[in-house]
Ligand binder design. Structure first.
Ligand code: G3P
Ligand code: MG
Length: 259
């Protein structure tokens, strides 16, 4: 079961153009020609998987508080678009299942980032994987990632054949290769804005495709491409789609620089 990841992955949909982690943002990425999107999934207080990034409601809704303290029936009433712009007033926070329906409708593939509220790492992964294995028939079009190793291990235990990614923050654990090997990951996802060329070479040496987040500047993307990065999470899929060197090899990965 080969992973067919593309070079350009819409970050939280196309979050430069529509409010992040909404169906509107996913549609916007598809409209621009993106084949893959990334979005973040966490749980409401009553355990419903929804697309949302922060632990608090403050930045991207019209109210304040913790998502972990908010019931799904109250999440349904939130406005997740007015912070972004008047034309998005009334935009809703989608459930994971609603997002999967849009992926199917638009023929998209997705990197689903498990983004648990603190202390809910195992539970969040269990709910996400339960929904995916019930609702989705093509595991090679899904990549499960998380900064939480507990979440990734839970996902592996529930669905060992589904593709996983290790997300690396600015500081990498000394034993990241051991963690990545244990979790049997299909890609390494790193912060493209802080990574050094040596780091990228180490990641490439691991032998899996390397993806970089979050890159909106085409010059930076081309530099990272020259270092051997295979794909990019971007808020502006249209910009990178029209500025990257196109893949030449059969697995869709970017060409490697000359030695
Ligand atoms: O998965 C790549 C990227 O989304 C990780 O960081 O904070 O944007 O979810 P964040
Ligand atoms: Mg994310």
């Amino acid at each position: 079961m080969a992973l067919k990841i593309s070079q350009v992955i819409g970050h939280r949909g196309a979050s430069a153009y529509a409010p992040e982690n909404t169906l509107e943002s996913i549609h916007s990425a598809a409209d621009m020609g993106a084949e893959w999107v990334e979005f973040d999934v966490k749980l409401t207080k009553d355990g419903i998987p929804i697309l949302f990034h922060d632990d608090t409601l403050d930045r991207t809704t019209n109210t304040t508080g913790l998502m972990a303290d908010t019931l799904y029936e109250d999440v349904q009433d939130l406005d997740a678009g007015s912070w972004f712009g008047d034309s998005f007033i009334g935009t809703k926070i989608p459930t994971l299942e609603e997002a999967l329906d849009v992926l199917l409708e638009r023929g998209l593939s997705a990197n689903i980032e498990i983004k648990p509220c603190p202390g809910r790492e195992k539970e969040t992964a269990e709910v996400v994987m339960d929904a995916l294995t019930r609702c989705w028939d093509e595991p090679d079009r899904i990549l499960i990632s998380s900064f939480s190793h507990v979440a990734l291990e839970t996902a592996m235990d529930m669905a060992p054949d589904w593709h996983r990614s290790l997300l690396l923050e600015e500081e990498w654990p000394d034993n990241w290769q051991d963690i990545a090997t244990h979790l049997d990951v299909s890609t390494i996802n790193l912060n493209g804005n802080t990574v050094t060329r040596d780091d990228v070479e180490d990641a490439i040496d691991f032998g899996k495709p390397v993806l970089a987040y979050t890159i909106n500047d085409p010059q930076k993307a081309r530099q990272l491409q020259g270092w051997g990065i295979d794909g990019f999470f971007t808020d502006e899929p249209d910009t990178l789609l029209s500025n990257l060197i196109r893949p030449v090899n059969s697995n869709g990965a970017a060409p490697k620089p000359d030695p």
